[in-house]
Structure formats: C-alpha cells, structure tokens
Design a binder for this molecule. Structure first.
Ligand code: MCA
Ligand code: AMP
Length: 494
C-alpha cells in the first residue's frame, strides 16, 4: 500500500471535477478537477529540478492557490515540505536553510535579494520566487514542465514535512512529521468534527503552520469541500463570507476581533455549523461573550506542531469553556508527576531533524512525548491546559520563545542581561515585554533596544514595551524571577 498522504487526499476528490476547492476573492479559483493535473505538472517540474523523495523544499511565500498546489506536489514526489513564516527575516531563514539543506527554496519576489545569498551559502541548488498572486520565476519555469503523474511510493514513517518550533535555548528544532502522522490526524479530525456533504470552510489562517496548513486544509480536502480562501484576517471581509460558510477555524484573536466588529451578529452566523478555536488558550470570557452574541459554543481543541491535534472538545456533548476536551480517539494522554501532559499515538512526530539528543530529552523512558504543557485531567478524561513548563509566549497564535529574544538583546551595546516575558494583551492574548539591565541608563532607551532588534527578528517577536532596570529579581538559586516580573507588568495592557 502507498502511504503517501496525497493518495489519501486524491481518493476523496469529488467525482464532479467542476466543484470548487479554493475560492479566492482576488485571483483565480482552483477546482477539484484541476488539482490532479496541476499537481502532476508541478511534480514533473520538481523532479526536473532533482527534487526527489527525501529532498527538502523550503517555502517562504504568501498564501495563494499556487502555494497550496506546490505543497500537494511536494507530497506527490515524496519531498519534505518546509513552510516558513513570511515574517521571518533572512537572518532567521538562514538557520533553517543551513539546518535542512533544501534542494529548492521558493521565496517572495520582494525578498529574493535577501534570501538568495543565505540560500546560496547553505548550498541550495535552486532559488525561485512566487508572489502573493502565485506568479514569479517558479510559476514561469513550471508552466512548460512535463506532467509526471507518478505518486511516489511512501512508507508510513517517511517524512512529509518539517515544522520548526523554537527550543528553550533559542535554537529552533525541526519537528519531523511523517505521512502517517498527518493522515491519521486528518482522518480523526474529519470524523470527530462531523464533516458532512455541503460543508464550506472559511479559511483565513496562514498556511505555514499546522493549524492553517494541515488541520484546516486536510479536513476540507478529505471532505471534498469548498474553501473560502482568505489571505489575512480582515473582520469586514469575514463578515461578508460567514453567510456562505459552515465551518470556521481560528486562533482566539479571530474570535475577540469578531466580537469587536460592528455588525457581527447571530444572523451573520446563521449558516455556520461549527466554530473551532486553537493554537492558544481561549478565554472563558471570550467563549461566553461569543455564545451570548451568536448562540454558538466555540469548540476548543489543543495541539502542537510535534503532534498535530491532541485533544478536542466534543462536537456532540458539552463544550466546556477553559478545557480542551478529550484525547482524539487514537491518542492517549497522561500526566507526569510534575503535572506535565504526556502523549502517545500515531500523530506523534518522528523526532527533531538532526537532533537526536533533543529528541531523546523530550520523550519519557517508555516513549511518550513530553508536551511541556501543564494539565489537569478529570476522571472522565477531560483535559485542561493550566500552564506551561516551557518558557513560551503565544501571541495571536504565534509562538515566541523568550530565550531567542533575550539572546539578541544581550548582544546590544550597553546591555548586561535581559528577561523577556509574556503579559496579558486584549488582542493577541499575550504580548512580549522585555526587562533589560543596562550599564548606561542615560544612553540606552526603549526605542534603541527595539530598533536594535529590527531586521534580526521577525517583527511579531519584537517587544511591545522595554523597561530598563538596574537588576533582575532572582531567587536563592540565582534564577531570574520571571513570575515576579510578569506580576509587575501584568496590568500594562489591561
Ligand atoms: C501580526 N503581528 C503580530 C502578530 N501578527 N504581532 C504579534 N503577534 C502576532 N500574532 C504584527 C505584525 O508584525 C505587524 O507589526 C502588525 O502586527 C500588523 O501585521 P498583520 O499581518 O497585518 O497582522 P494581523 O493581520 O493583525 O495578524 C494578526 C493575526 C495573525 C490575524 C492574529 O497573527 C494570525 O493569523 N495568527 C494566526 C497564527 C497561527 O496560524 N497560528 C497557528 C500555529 P508591525 O506593523 O510592527 O510590522 S500552529 C499551532 O499553534 C498549533 C499546532 C495549534 O494548536 O494550532
Ligand atoms: P506550536 O509550537 O505552534 O505547535 O504550539 C503548540 C503550543 O500551543 C502547545 O504546546 C500549547 O502550549 C499551545 N496551545 C495550542 N492549542 C492550545 C489551546 N487550545 N489551549 C492552550 N494552549 C494551546
């Protein structure tokens, strides 16, 4: 049997090829009937570039129909897809390329000047471009390519993708996801969320993370559903599209922004069957306000790049606010003595790319993956995420690792040391604040610290506020008291 995820996806294409897959507001739509030919053509092009089974393809491109075709074509040829946040600077991208040595990099035309030198340094053979409209040197060169309909024979544990998640030391780790990881999770989610004939997905998430790329697109593809494909979350546009959709997935910021939008009402949502939230904690307040306004109880689920989706509130049954529901049918969960959630199942990744020691550290001796999330599990098996043992900030669904920012701040002139914390933020859930010890309060300033980071780190990681201090609070062991700092700055954005 061929375990290639593309085979599973293809087996679900609707018989009627004129059914739309991706429907966009600007540009050309993509029909289900076009997917097979389009992905064959791109597969032929990839093979002509020597992108073969096991080769990496790194992409840092905007959301477009052509970007989705490229992803599916990578699956077809057995290449390992490496999606990168478009906000990453060339400095950040350089590490990913050196670490994975891709055969092909596809980037945006406007950043090729910065990406090309770092890609060349990493030994990348081909550097091509694709714009937000799906045009560029990749599309041009692929236009005349010979289609190749062969779907690479893959084993269950062959790699389909690498998703980078930052480590506590500030060095990113590439989570290796197999075809089986992705297919098992997609099948479970398709079933437990009750995907049905006629479902239409409203998709406004980025497609460089698990949520938008795998959870959302795979469910829709397995259902042969139409996807209203939007670049960016623009509430006014979402309001226009909601009456045509039956399912929407989003991070909590989507829901708080909708609640802040005039005209967002029960009527606008009357066609919706299911609102799903994840990637960050959904506040009980948001859940309740949303129910009052629309009558919908948002279904919250919980996952990680390393494991796709892990738990979900039930479709039928009580969606309890402040909890993330029950483990997926093929996933098992338990708590360690320290209260950390550990998991096992076919969704759990194969390890971190070229980091066997890091991989070993994050699995228990009996092979369960240690998530780093603190949890409580009721006798009936309902899970709540109550904190994190890892030092991590989640801002608008993006993970930000304080250590990475501290490392950069500490390199700035006049800085002795720094502590980066996450504080409550009404829009992003949490936001970044830096507390910096300086040798020279007179010549260092908040603006200088932020300017010093610009260009080195993606802009969503930049501190919203910087406080200059003489020293950091420390406990008896000399460890920085981040809890104290968080408490001191808790009210900043309230
Ligand atoms: C954008 N900005 C941000 C964020 N996004 N700052 C902090 N946190 C953010 N999340 C900054 C930009 O740098 C820019 O700043 C300014 O906001 C405007 O940028 P724009 O792109 O226009 O922002 P936006 O449209 O308002 O975007 C906010 C957003 C977006 C819609 C919440 O961040 C988003 O789509 N988030 C979803 C992330 C996601 O898909 N996560 C799933 C990860 P400046 O002007 O200074 O440059 S997968 C995962 O976590 C697991 C597996 C799971 O369970 O799903
Ligand atoms: P990522 O590394 O982007 O895959 O993010 C995974 C992390 O996001 C998890 O380890 C959790 O800390 C967090 N997360 C995802 N979904 C939820 C949720 N529903 N509630 C709380 N935290 C969540």
């Amino acid at each position: 049997m061929n375990e290639n995820l593309y085979e599973l996806i293809r087996s679900r294409f609707p018989e009627d090829g004129s059914k739309p897959f991706l429907q966009v507001t600007i540009g050309e739509n993509l029909l289900y009937g076009e997917l097979e030919n389009e992905t064959s053509r791109i597969a032929g092009f990839l093979r002509s570039l020597n992108v073969r089974k096991g080769e990496r393809v790194a992409v840092q491109i905007d959301k477009s129909t052509n970007a989705v075709v490229l992803y599916l074509a990578c699956l077809r040829v057995g290449a390992i897809y490496l999606p990168l946040n478009t906000a990453y600077t060339a400095n950040e991208v350089s590490y990913f390329l050196e670490n994975t040595e891709p055969q092909l990099v596809v980037c945006r035309p406007e950043t090729v000047v910065q990406i090309e030198p770092v890609a060349k340094k990493a030994g990348v053979a081909h550097i091509l471009t694709m714009s937000a409209e799906g045009h560029g040197s990749f599309t041009d060169q692929a236009s005349g390519a010979q289609a190749d309909s062969y779907v690479e024979q893959m084993q269950a544990d062959d790699l389909a993708a690498i998703l980078y998640t930052s480590g506590t030391t500030g060095r990113s780790k590439g989570a290796m996801l197999t075809h089986k990881n992705l297919s098992s999770n997609a099948l479970s989610l398709h079933r437990i969320w009750g995907w049905q004939e006629g479902d239409v997905l409203l998709h406004a998430l980025p497609i460089f993370h698990v949520h938008g790329l795998f959870v959302a697109l795979h469910c829709a593809l397995l259902n042969g559903s139409m996807v209203l494909f939007q670049r960016g979350f623009k509430p006014e546009m979402i309001l226009k599209l909601l009456p045509q959709a039956t399912v929407m997935m989003g991070v909590p910021t989507f829901y708080t922004r909708l609640l802040d939008t005039a005209g967002f009402s029960r009527e606008v949502c009357s066609n919706i069957r299911l609102f799903i939230s994840g990637s960050a904690p959904l506040l009980v307040d948001t859940f309740n306000s949303f129910e009052t306004r629309t009558g919908h109880r948002i279904l919250e689920r919980y996952g990680m790049s390393e494991a796709g989706m892990i738990t979900s509130n039930p479709l039928d049954g009580d969606r309890a606010p402040g909890t993330v529901g029950y483990p997926l049918p093929d996933v098992q969960v338990r708590t360690s003595e320290q209260g950390v959630l550990e998991i096992t199942g076919p969704n759990v990744f194969k390890g971190y790319w070229r980091m066997p020691e890091k991989t070993a550290e994050e699995f228990s001796p009996d092979g369960w993956f240690i998530t780093g999330d603190l949890c409580e599990i009721t006798d009936e098996g309902r899970v709540s995420i109550v904190g994190r043992s890892k030092d991590l900030i989640i801002s608008g669904g993006y993970n930000i690792y304080p250590r990475e920012i501290e490392n950069e701040i500490d390199l700035l002139d006049g800085v002795v040391e720094s502590a980066v914390i996450g504080v409550y933020h009404p829009d992003f859930g949490e936001t970044v604040v830096a507390v910096v010890v300086t040798t020279d309060i007179a010549s260092t300033s908040e603006a200088k610290v932020i300017a010093g980071l610009d260009g080195k780190l993606a802009r969503f990681k930049l501190p919203r506020r910087v406080f200059l201090v003489d020293e950091l609070p420390r406990n008896a062991m000399g460890k920085v008291g981040k809890a104290i700092l968080r408490e001191q700055h808790d009210g900043l954005f309230r």
